[in-house]
Design a protein around this ligand. Structure first.
Ligand code: PXP
Length: 249
């Protein structure tokens, strides 16, 4: 593989919308954050339109499609409502994620193996419309093989368990999770899948994941939006970009 390919950074702007929605008005505007992220070196913008619209709204997606000069990675659950929205906008990429109403964030990867048939039919029209279809999954061989069989072009490996273990200071689990992520990135790449990763990454956890040569894109949101309170969005993203480039070199 060519390791000269630059690792892409997708900035997830969901939590700009979370802060906006806390007051029900227009401020802060996720589109303004997306523009700053682009200028700060984001290679893409990620937004998750949840079924309950708790952060990103339908109007946000419409606005992003209008203003972005970098690709939009549209995260969504595998429902017919979301499929229709994706087909209407035809974003560059669609990332299928599991969604439970009661969860605070996307807690685990998608169970592709159990729903192979349904998901194969679900993603076919999205692929036909020209969207790159990505599946958010755990670093699990069974799920990766199933994602490949249903025709996904991309998998995004869930880094949440690794990041949680790091936050808890559980060095043994960190080691195991990183080993699994590295091994499964290699395995998926070998099948011809493009490999992305994300969830819970911050300045302390990003480097080992960025160093996996098979990983082509990281999607990072909550930490960057939080960090922007202290240092501003542009510098927060620039520092993440620097750490990713350093790990890759
Ligand atoms: N990738 C996917 C598929 C996600 O669902 C999320 C969370 O919305 C992220 C990446 C970003 O996670 P975080 O906000 O914890 O950086």
């Amino acid at each position: 593989m060519s390791d000269t390919k630059k690792l892409r950074l997708g900035v997830n702007i969901d939590h700009v919308a979370t802060v906006r929605n806390a007051r029900g008005g227009d401020y802060p505007d996720p589109l303004r954050a997306a523009r700053i992220a682009q200028e700060a070196g984001a290679d893409g913008i990620t937004a998750h339109l949840r079924e309950d619209r708790r952060h990103i709204s339908d109007a946000d997606i419409e606005g992003l499609m209008d203003v972005l000069t970098v690709p939009l990675n549209f995260e969504m659950a595998a429902t017919s409502e979301m499929q229709q929205i994706a087909l209407r906008h035809q974003p560059h990429a669609v990332c299928i994620v599991p969604e439970k109403r009661e969860e605070r964030t996307t807690e685990g990867g998608l169970e592709v193996a159990r729903e192979e048939n349904r998901l194969a039919h679900f993603i076919a029209p999205l692929r036909d419309a020209g969207c790159r279809v990505s599946i958010f999954i755990a670093a699990d061989k069974r799920q990766i093989e199933a994602a490949h069989r249903i025709g996904a072009q991309v998998i995004e490996l869930h880094t949440g368990a690794y990041c949680d273990a790091h936050a808890e200071g559980d060095a043994e689990t960190v080691k195991k999770e990183l080993a699994d992520l590295g091994e499964m990135a290699k395995f998926a790449y070998g099948l011809g899948l493009e490999v992305h990763a994300g969830h819970g990454l911050n300045y302390e956890t990003v480097s080992p994941v960025a160093a996996f040569p098979e990983v082509m894109e990281l999607n990072i949101g909550h930490f960057l939006i939080g960090e922007s309170i202290f240092r501003g969005l542009q510098p927060a993203i620039a520092e993440m970009r620097r750490l990713m480039d350093e790990a890759r070199a």
